[in-house]
Design a protein around this ligand. Sequence first.
Ligand code: NIG
Ligand code: FE
Length: 415
Amino acid sequence: MGLLLKNISALLSVYENAPQKLSGAEMKKLPVIENAWLACDNGLIADFGSMDDFPGITDWKNLEVIDCTGKTVMPSFADSHTHIVYAGNRSQEFVDRINGLTYEEIYNRGGGILNSAKKLRGTSENDLFEQALERLKEIISQGTGAVEIKSGYGLNVESELKMLRVIRRLKETNLIPVKATFLGAHAIPEEFKNNKQGYIDLIINEMLPAIEKENLAEFIDIFCEKGYFDEHETKHILEAGKKHGLVPKVHAEQMSHSNGIKAAVECNAISADHLEFCSDDDIALMKKSDIMPTILSGAAFFLNLQLPPARKMIDAGLAVAFASDFNPGSSPSGNMKLMMSLACIQYKLTPEEAINATTINTAYAMNLQNEVGTITNGKLANLIITKPINNYGFLPYAFGSDLIDTIILNGKVWK
Ligand code: NIG
Ligand code: FE
């Protein structure tokens, strides 16, 4: 059965031919049709236009119709950076930080990522899947219509594969498109504390071949940071991943300037994420590449980090994406509408820029720009119907209100 949305007050991000991404001044453009209709068929966007040119319909019997009077319709958010497969939570570390410990001190005591690794290793694949599925459903209810999910809390062969198999099962639920990223180089596990090279060898010689054999990931990521992996190790591991068919991404310049952006650009990474310590030279480097600089506004907010220079990047002509980084340690929220609000409030993006940064540009950052991210015929019909609002700027403005009326996934109302 097809789905018809009619009397849409504003239909956002409409393109006959969608661009791959939006950069610099283009990010301010948000093509809108007021008083619009949109039809979905076979899970895809079939057609759309103005109610003034509403086509004659003969087959109403096979059509579900939703009257969207007063409501805005936009493409679902695309979240290109999450770690939603994890066991339990780290709310105790939240309190520890309130009481004065730093993220770094917590890690050095065997907490942080290592705490999540301990918990995850002791959790069965089924249990992990159930916990992650809850989170997937939560972010869907908050408007996410495509997601990237990383491993990186296993830190040994068995548990990294366990995480990636859970991600594959999430993908197989066919709720929304899911992209898998191998993040074995997220931290140095306790048992390799004094032998980082041994762990890098394990990643390269054992994890990567096993992942390729089971076709478990599309991307490879690494935490390039002081105390984790340096620029040279980052490049070495990313190049090894490329040999196994994986496309690089990098956690770069989050807590210090560690040349993660440089490594990412040199390895042709699809995105460099975090970027709190991004320098002017880094901006110039990224300008010469196709990389998607990705700001993780939830993590910078939750850890009280200095803010990445998003405004400066856009003004320099770069594209910028905003993703959630949903994870138990640095961003225990996958609410993309909140990430969009933070983009406006803290980083001075306009509502148009923030909507583009959380839809089309994040879609590009996970190579889904031809499937989602804009209202374009043939793209997946994953949509948000808002509650009645006067203009789309109200979405980031009302930062604590959910404002979502109906979620459409694969051309059907999601319940
Ligand atoms: O993206 N920065 C490194 N990794 C995660 C945090 C992971 C954690 O603390 O569990 C991040 O912020
Ligand atoms: Fe992350």
